[in-house]
Design a protein around this ligand. Sequence first.
Ligand code: BEZ
Length: 234
Amino acid sequence: MENTVVSIPRIGEQAPEFKAVTTQGEINFPADYKGSWVILFSHPADFTPVCTSEFMTFAKMENDFAAYNCKLVGLSVDGLYSHIAWLRNIKEKIDFKGMKGMEVKFPLIEDITMEVAKKYGMIQEGESNTKAVRAVFVIDPKGVIRTVLYYPLSTGRNFDELLRIVVALQTADAFTCATPADWRPGDEVIVPPAGSCGVAKDRVDGKEENVKCYDWYFCTKPVSAQEIDSKIKK
Ligand code: BEZ
């Protein structure tokens, strides 16, 4: 089959709009999620093992995401009745890594026409032309795409990393900073270099309180996990 060009929504763009039927009723995306963060993610197929482990993990962590005002929306190119039967099966039968009776309460979109999956670049023909890859879009309260991740069919996602991304983005917004490699709440954050964005020369002179500079372009300051939570956690 000839490969077609895939359009992929990019970081900084408005999330493409769509209306869809889900296991929790109809949604108008992203309008219904205005004011909340949202993770829109796709999975290849219902009744498959990697996807099952992912849904159980997302269900287990739904409250952890909600604590950061972040909702979850899943999608696959299966139909609604397949979604309902699969989620019921997970709840009633699957006992995996201490997760049992897991109820998926967030909406799962049916996309048999692949209309939404194609809009979001979830059908990547080199991997599969009948299933969505494992895509993740982190979208902010204004409907702007802030993170895009694509995983292959064979690799289950790291859900701690997804939560870490949400917290890191919200920390960057709330404290006007960036976060270094492997950052976790409580680690130092990166502040803009002196002379940029109106940062005073005091930074270079080492006079700015609590700021540590490794060189002129690389400065950090402490922000405690408590400070972060008091500003961004619900
Ligand atoms: C899975 O979720 O296990 C899976 C789905 C599609 C292809 C390969 C694995």
